[in-house]
Design a protein around this ligand. Structure first.
Ligand code: IPT
Length: 977
């Protein structure tokens, strides 16, 4: 096919025309045409042009649809920038070099489609789509994350072969409003379909189902021929029960001269008695079939829907679902995949949601564009509250665009198309006008459209809420800030001026080892009227699987080349800068609660516990008080088992009988196990699992592990009689057969992303805490005892460290003290570090676990007896950083397979880590695959360890989790096994 005449779609230069949102595109609707469609996915002929108006070449390669060309072997590679645009031009302009993919394939149009209306649906293309059939221009579409449909009737002839060409222009005026914090790609990211309908067809179906069982179904009917044929009608059936036609509606239409024979509208109604309502805990759905009939009763068109009966309302400052003030335990979700970049399958999305359910999430914000349509089907089915967000983010040029009338139609178009597409999903409870686009008249226009079209749901927009959380005049019914300090939220809730529900659209930034203070946030949310939750930023670490040798994305060929969050040898998880971009935002793209392969990060376990549906409220001698913390469900879907962990190393178990409790109720159950008299510290855990198969979890899946302490530890014995000898070298460093590096003072950790971006890491480096010089002040040898005083000289000040090593009956007793000058006011840690000989590969400990925990992220790691191979203790964050810590450790052993090794007992619960890496090893590399594990173990015992916070984007940890200057004391014993 050659282009001889100028192509009008090209001549128009729609990629620099924000006024052109589409041309020849059909209106969006909520009729699902996937069943029965011809799916055009697969390899298409492909050319990547340097610009949209560049001539087509002779040579075609191929590209897989749906997919982005940026991971399919072209030289146009993925690129990561957050706020900044990848080019300098101002809106609506783009660079002359503008990669443009031309996709072409022939399609055999089924002969049986004769006389029918034929429609092409392109699931998503970024950022401008131009459609040609057999060389003839068909249409244009923008709005990269919502489908575009084109009427091909008369162009694609039944029984013949047609050539479909989809030209996708990467940079456009629309890129300026699709400046989301994610990789830039180009391509067709969702399926392409061809389907046929009767000329008389359902143009749209709008379902409204209320919690009182009232069902209203509004149908729009069109005929491709123009005027509607006489006598058409619609019928509806809800699980075998026929809907009635709303005669009043028909009569009013008949009398309304605005309603013509061209615009067909019909309304069906039903009242479902004893309706099973929809909510995220019990997502009850009813099957609805809507049929359009010709006058003779034959069926012209059918549309199937799943209906959830539920109400969303705002009452005062409470967001209510079915009258209940539900907590929003949300996460922000992108369509992301480590191999395809953007394209996700039904199974991928199901796996996302199943995982989120298992970890206690009940809400999703589709950041920052409408997600794949199947996600909403799954959210309806599995039970999630969805904040559906329009594809608008003009971050870099936010202020210029928000009031620019050239972008007005794009704003309204994008919001309207989302609403028209997703309005029938019970899961969608709130419409969002987009993200980070300042606030202007274009937003108000879009909000006006939604409020008129769908008065059943609130509207939110962070940029508007920012003008004032209680401002009645802005386009946000929800106060939905991002990264607001908890004290600001509390102050607002207690100010007496709050008028809107406060649900943070983003909070607790999950970059690297993060999400400190999540439990503190939830403690406040659950106890403060006016606070209702929020959406963690974000679900995914967007690492793209990359071959290390040639720097190319592995693409679909990389299937299976990763496991447990780690890329296979020769591969790594690429982040910003890894594809040779000079301008990029680095690892800021790796900020999810799951690794790129969906392996949960430790924060997921923290979240699971924070969201526990059943909790131990308190313990008194007569029993344990249990509470149901759900909104709608009883406890009958849960099973339990008691575990009693005793300091002597034993764990006793007993079956648990969960009481019948309605939401919000509590009940006392007798103590299930007798507490032995002499066991010291004792912890009771209720292991809660699913009692039967749930759609998102097989029977027996752990739901939560609430815990209560039954008895505190005995105070440690203080007097230690020297017994034996202690050997130190001339520097006063312990000589020990199993240690390759003697216990020394540690004041530093490999900076986390929060430490780096929050500025702490730079300060610590300026202070020289990463490599202080140790100067021995004195070594005092006594029988069975050595006291060593040394100074750790840092640029920021000198830390005096005293270490007294005593040989005692059960090994070596180490008493330590460090005094930090006032100038070192907020350091990473104060504690001991030592290294062991190779071969000690198993850690067993009594303390919190089994997963990683830190002082401000330790609510989800129960105290107990845990054991893990050393190699499994470390969390492989994409950019290596402090990792693998365990909080509240009382004692541990580190042993070889023959049970030889070390045993350490701590004076009180301490932060401990055992890994294969020194802090400096971690800090020296940029990617996990560059780490070379040491043969022995690097062991840290911390008297104090700084919380993690979320300072990479948002508030730092609280003052109570900081390591203060001044005197720190700790002691421990070391015994050879
Ligand atoms: C905010 C964005 O909305 C989100 O997309 C992401 O970038 C997040 O922060 C950080 O990862 S914007 C930020 C400048 C507050």
């Amino acid at each position: 096919m050659t282009d001889e005449r100028p192509d009008p779609l090209i001549a128009l230069r729609p990629w620099e025309a924000p006024e052109v949102t589409s041309w020849g595109r059909l209106p969006m609707n909520a009729v699902d045409r996937r069943p029965g469609a011809v799916v055009l996915d697969g390899d298409w002929r492909f050319q990547l042009l340097p610009a949209p108006d560049a001539p087509l070449g002779e040579v075609w390669s191929s590209s897989y649809v749906p997919g982005v060309w940026t991971v399919q072997g072209t030289d146009d590679l993925p690129r990561y920038l957050n706020v900044r645009m990848p080019f300098a031009e101002f809106p609506p302009h783009v660079p002359a070099a503008d990669p443009t993919g031309v996709y072409e394939r022939s399609v055999d149009v089924p002969a049986e489609w004769a006389g029918r209306r034929i429609v092409l649906q392109v699931g998503a293309a970024e950022s401008v789509l131009l459609v040609h059939v057999d060389g003839r221009p068909v249409g244009i579409s923008k709005d990269s994350h919502v489908a575009a449909e084109f009427d091909l009737t008369g162009l694609a002839r039944p029984g013949e072969r047609a050539t479909v060409r989809l030209t996708v222009v990467k940079w456009s005026d629309a890129s300026h409003i699709e400046d989301q914090d994610q990789w830039w790609h180009g391509g067709i990211t969702r399926s392409v379909l061809l389907y046929a309908v009767d000329p008389l067809h359902l143009a749209d179906v709008t379902v409204r189902a209320r919690r009182d069982g009232d069902l209203r179904v509004d149908c729009r009917v069109r005929d491709t021929g123009g005027a509607l044929p006489e006598g058409w009608y619609v019928s509806g059936e809800l699980e075998g029960h026929l809907l009635t036609q709303d005669a009043e509606f028909d009569r009013a239409n008949a009398e309304d001269e605005r309603v013509s024979g061209f615009l067909g509208e019909a309304r069906l109604r039903a009242t479902v008695p004893a309706v099973r309502t929809w909510n995220a805990e019990t997502p009850e759905l009813y099957g609805l079939t809507v049929r359009l009939h010709r006058a003779d009763g034959t069926i012209a068109d059918t549309s199937r829907h799943r209906v959830g009966f539920r109400d969303v309302t705002i009452s005062g400052r409470d967001l209510l679902v079915n009258g209940e003030r539900v907590f929003i335990r949300g996460v922000n979700r992108h369509d992301f995949h480590p191999l395809t970049g953007r394209t996700v399958t039904y199974d991928d999305m199901r796996a996302d949601l199943v995982l989120l359910k298992r970890f206690g999430f009940n809400a999703i914000r589709t950041a920052h564009y409408p997600n794949d349509p199947a996600l909403y089907d799954l959210a309806d089915e599995l039970g999630f509250y969805v904040v559906d967000e329009a594809d608008i983010e003009s971050h870099d040029h936010a202020h210029e665009v928000a009031d620019d009338p050239r972008y007005l139609s794009a704003f309204v178009d994008r919001v309207a198309r989302m609403v028209l597409r997703d309005k029938n999903h019970p899961s969608v409870i709130i419409w969002s006008l987009g993200n980070e686009s300042d606030y202007g008249a274009n937003h108000d226009a879009a909000a006006g459209w939604v409020r008129r079209h769908d008065p059943t749901r609130p509207v939110q927009y962070e940029g508007a809420a920012k003008r004032g959380w209680a401002d009645p005049d802005v386009a946000s019914d929800i106060a939905c800030p991002m990264y607001a300090p908890l004290e600001d939220c509390l102050a607002h809730a207690m100010s007496g001026t709050q008028t809107k529900p406060l649900v943070q659209c983003e909070y607790s930034h999950a970059m690297g080892n993060s999400n400190g203070t999540l439990a503190d946030h939830w403690e406040a949310i659950e106890t403060t009227p006016g606070l209702q939750g929020g959406f963690i930023w974000e679900f995914w670490d967007h690492g793209i699987l990359q071959r290390v040798n040639d720097g190319r994305p592995a693409g679909r060929g990389g299937a299976g080349l990763y496991d447990n969050g780690v890329a296979a040898p020769g591969h790594r998880w690429a982040y910003g800068g890894d594809f040779g971009e000079t301008d990029h935002d680095g690892a800021f793209i790796a900020d999810g609660v799951v690794f790129p392969d969906r392996t949960p990060k430790p924060v997921m376990f923290e979240h699971r516990e924070i969201a526990a549906p059943v909790r131990i409220e308190s313990f008194r001698h007569e029993g344990v008080v249990l509470g149901n913390h759900q909104h709608f469900r009883g406890l009958d879907w849960l099973a339990g088992e008691w575990e009693l962990s005793l300091a002597d190393g034993t764990t006793l178990t007993a079956p648990a009988e969960l009481p019948e409790l309605r939401p919000g109720e509590t009940a006392s159950v007798p103590l299930p196990l007798a507490l032995p008299e002499d066991g010291g510290e004792a912890w009771l855990t209720l292991r809660v699992t699913t009692a039967r198969d749930e759609p998102w979890a097989p029977r027996g899946t752990v739901v939560c592990l609430p815990q209560v302490r039954l008895r505190a530890a005995f105070p440690p014995a203080h007097t230690r009689v020297p017994d034996g000898t202690v050997e130190v070298d001339e520097d006063g460093l312990l000589v020990h057969p199993l240690l390759t590096a003697a216990p020394a003072l540690s004041l530093w950790r490999a900076p986390t992303d929060n430490d780096e971006l929050g500025g702490m890491a730079a300060r610590w480096r300026d202070w020289g805490l990463d490599a202080p010089a140790r100067r021995v002040v004195s070594v005092r040898r006594e029988p069975g005892r050595v006291a060593v005083v040394s100074d750790y000289l840092c640029a920021g000040g000198t830390v005096r460290h005293e270490q007294v090593l005593s040989a005692v009956a059960d090994g070596l007793f180490v008493e330590e003290c460090a005094e930090l000058p006032e100038a070192l006011y907020d350091v990473a840690r104060v504690g001991t570090v030592f290294e062991t000989a190779a071969g000690l590969n198993l850690l067993e400990w009594f303390g919190q676990g089994p997963w990683e925990s830190y002082p401000d992220r330790a609510a989800g790691a129960p105290v107990g007896h845990h054991r893990l191979p050393v190699d499994e203790l470390f969390t492989p964050y994409l950019r290596p950083q402090e990792s693998g810590g365990r909080h509240g450790v009382r004692r541990f052993t580190l042993s070889a397979p023959d049970a030889t090794g070390l045993a350490v007992r701590l004076d009180r619960p301490r932060q401990v880590s055992v890994t294969r890496h020194r802090a400096a090893d971690l800090a020296a590399v940029a990617h996990h695959d560059e780490l070379v594990p040491r043969a022995g173990c690097v062991v840290h015992i911390d008297a104090a360890h700084r919380g993690l916070g979320t300072a990479s984007c948002g508030p730092d940890t609280f003052a109570s989790y900081l390591v203060p200057a001044g005197v720190h004391r700790w002691s421990w014993t070391l015994r050879v096994l």
